[in-house]
Design a binder for this molecule. Structure first.
Ligand SMILES: CC(=O)SCCNC(=O)CCNC(=O)[C@H](O)C(C)(C)COP(=O)(O)OP(=O)(O)OC[C@H]1O[C@@H](n2cnc3c(N)ncnc32)[C@H](O)[C@@H]1OP(=O)(O)O
Ligand SMILES: N[C@@H](CCO)C(=O)O
Length: 384
């Protein structure tokens, strides 16, 4: 992540006109922190948009490093790759930490935003960068929700979509994981309904929320593999003397602590609210009908052990979208497999794009739908 320091500073786009949100409220302007790699072609049609997950940032070459590089899915020699920090986050784009008109941070006053608002901000950036055509939009988790939304909101420019470990709407199961996190955060007396001060943030509440989330991001097998009692790695030192000695617990606490050092509680709430309200079909019709109208080739990446965005949801997407392929990603690491196992599924994405969204394919001239789900060679996918 950028806080480790080795990455380029984000570029910034400042839009001074009001940005109208789905809620009807408006932000007086918008600042978007983004990074780009490669060059926009003469006809401005070689863009690739990368969308990050909940606590991610614009440093896609860091958190999705296995996808980056010459000959890979994200190839700066071929593509003009853009990744922006999402609206509502705390890594440079307008969010609760941004100063409002009164010179104070928005904080708890920051308006409710939606996944669509976030994508509209990304679209505004694409407009400002002069992008005429987008080879594909790709994202995992929250970024996957955004990638599918791009297919609807900017159907003309978006030629293909890669959506990993996500869905088209938040399920009741996802909602209750988020609600548990809200309860944990709100239980911190320092939270004060979001009106905390910079020198006394609700670190205990945010840490507890992250710990709950981390459980949903991994899997029993993943933790067993790392921390099984007979693995020799179950405890720090020779043997567990107290419950706190268990490495799995310490690992969870480490992740909880790490987040509070780098993330803002109001941003966290803003983003999980955006996730929870998301429904691709909202205001557009019923879910299946809306999906059927998405004409672009879509690769749906489904992590076999994902306990948050369940494989059944992704199978529904792949079965319903008219031009979709299902990519089963055999990872034991759960939802976070979209990051941890990226090197194993990168070739499958690349091959999908080469077959279904090649550079020379003009928008709207797409290959017919295959009767079978996309099945890459097993060696591309199997995770040891
Ligand atoms: C687009 C985006 O999603 S961007 C956001 C992605 N980044 C994050 O989510 C940040 C949080 N990081 C993570 O969740 C993970 O590190 C991932 C998903 C990026 C990678 O997963 P993994 O390779 O399985 O990492 P793992 O879960 O083992 O975490 C590694 C960290 O845990 C620490 N750790 C591992 N075991 C233990 C233990 N028993 N006790 C204490 N700490 C431990 C490591 O020292 C390391 O710390 P560091 O990250 O501060 O250097
Ligand atoms: N590790 C991811 C999980 C959510 O997809 C994040 O923190 O953003």
């Amino acid at each position: 992540m950028s806080e480790r320091g080795a990455f380029a500073p984000a570029q910034r786009l400042a839009l001074s006109q009001p940005f109208v949100l789905d809620s009807g409220q408006q932000l007086p302007g918008l600042e978007i922190a983004y990074r780009s790699w490669g060059r926009l072609s003469a006809n401005a049609d070689n863009a690739v948009i990368v969308c990050h997950a909940l606590t991610g940032n614009a440093d896609a070459d860091d958190w999705w490093a296995p996808l980056f590089g010459p000959g890979r899915t994200l190839d700066p020699d071929k593509h003009f790759i853009v990744c922006s920090n999402t609206l509502g986050s705390c890594y440079g784009t307008t969010g609760p930490n941004t100063l409002a008109d009164d010179g104070k941070p928005w904080g708890a006053r920051f308006p409710r935003i939606t996944i669509r608002d976030q994508v509209r901000a990304q679209i505004a950036l694409a407009d400002a960068l002069g992008i005429a055509g987008i080879r594909f939009v790709i994202g995992g988790s929250m970024g996957g929700l955004q990638a599918l939304e791009w297919a609807v909101l900017d159907a003309k420019r978006t030629q293909a979509v890669v959506c990993i470990a996500a869905s088209g709407r938040h399920s009741p199961w996802c909602l209750v994981w988020s609600e548990a996190q809200r309860l944990a955060l709100r239980a911190d007396p320092l939270f004060r309904d979001g009106h905390y001060t910079a020198d006394a943030p609700p670190v205990a509440g945010l840490a507890a929320a992250r710990a709950i989330a981390m459980v949903s991001y991994r899997s029993p097998q993943s933790l067993e593999q790392r921390f099984a009692r007979d693995s020799g790695r179950a405890v720090f030192g020779q043997r567990a003397e107290t419950p706190d000695d268990f490495a799995a617990r310490d690992w969870l606490r480490h992740h909880a602590r790490s987040l509070v050092e780098r993330f803002d509680a109001n941003s966290y709430l803003t983003l999980i609210d955006a996730l929870d309200t998301h429904d691709l079909a909202h205001g557009r019709g019923d879910y299946a009908s809306v999906l059927r109208q998405i004409e672009q080739p879509v690769l749906i990446g489904s992590i076999t052990s994902d306990a948050l965005y369940l494989p059944a949801e992704q199978r529904f997407l792949a079965d319903t979208l008219p031009n979709a392929r299902l990519l089963d990603i055999h990872s034991e690491h759960g939802h976070d497999g979209f990051l941890i196992d990226a090197q194993h599924f990168e070739p499958a994405i690349r091959h999908f794009l080469a077959a279904h969204a090649p550079a020379e394919t003009p928008p709207r001239e797409r290959p017919p739908r295959s009767a079978h789900p996309y099945r890459p060679h097993a060696s591309e996918l199997r995770v040891a």
